[in-house]
Design a protein around this ligand. Sequence first.
Ligand SMILES: Cc1cc2nc3c(=O)[nH]c(=O)nc-3n(C[C@H](O)[C@H](O)[C@H](O)COP(=O)(O)O)c2cc1C
Length: 361
Amino acid sequence: MIWRLAASAARLLPPEAAHIAAVRTLQANIGPRPDVPSLPVSLAGLDLANPLGVAAGFDKNAACYKGAMGLGFGHVEVGTITPLAQPGNPKPRVFRLPQDAAVINRYGFNSLGMEVAAANLARIRDYAGILGVNVGANKTSANPTEDYRVAVARLACFADYVTLNISSPNTPGLRDLQTSEHLASLLEAARTGMQEAGVARPIFLKIAPDLEQADLELIVDHCVSAGVDGIIATNTTISRPDSLRDRHAMQNGGLSGQPLFNMATDVLARIAQLGKGRIAIIGVGGVAHGWQAYAKILVGADLVQLYSGLALDGPLIASRILHELAALLQKDGVRTVAAVRGTIPDAKAAITHAFRCAQTD
Ligand SMILES: Cc1cc2nc3c(=O)[nH]c(=O)nc-3n(C[C@H](O)[C@H](O)[C@H](O)COP(=O)(O)O)c2cc1C
């Protein structure tokens, strides 16, 4: 009850102030400590207690991942961390769209830089979960590819996996790294960074939902041949669906939350089909209910992440979704996430099945 009230109170604050308050609260290790069902999953050599994690952007400077894991999430992806500190875009730069259960942000990689993140990561080691470190390029970098090498070299030793974020819409030119011309050298730079770090951690690539089929084919091909371990689909969208009603709908930036769910799940399904089991897949975009996590698993996700749901619903969301997910697995007569993963490759069919399953008693 108290955490529901706390979540309602946070909604009275401007969104960025609420975000900072949430990070500080979790940093102080204050928060609900719910029991969550055990739903173990494995991918890319990692063993996780459950498939649900916090997506990048919430714990940008690796300050509160231990507290966030305590909410029941099986993993937390910190970042995006850039090599050098940078302020990000002018405020206001994040907007709630309550009428659409959505968020628009144009933070622009506000980051305290990799040295502050490294100090935090070195200090907080007694956490229970899998830790992802998401890295990106500085806005004014003369050589963005080189930024990924530098950040991976500095931070990989603290991570269970590393994500290359090349899909934020808020850093000019960043998404060009998703093209054939740049992808090979980006992946090569990340490999070099990993060697310099002297560790071998899985590397994931995070992509945008606004890509054409030909781009997706190219990305999956490159990733498979370069030995990338996983693809995270998706980041926020620059599109604005006609369904949006909120007064903030036309703010510049990336849209996330409910209006992204179908689009991101469709991209995920197409990646799963192209990947043919050769690469791990992490589904993110519009997850706020167990059936939505379930739909992403049905099309082939190994893991599911969320951010907007946490921002809009509050800290009990992990426990609610995981209990709902466990109930859905039971209704479908299976005991493990692996037993259903990829069993309905078509996004529409998977969403329909998951939704109907959630409606039946
Ligand atoms: C306020 C905000 C900030 C974000 N910052 C980042 C970021 O720094 N790096 C990143 O890879 N994704 C970032 N994202 C994208 C999320 O990680 C996620 O991919 C996207 O929001 C879709 O998931 P959701 O609908 O559950 O929010 C951000 C999203 C939001 C809402």
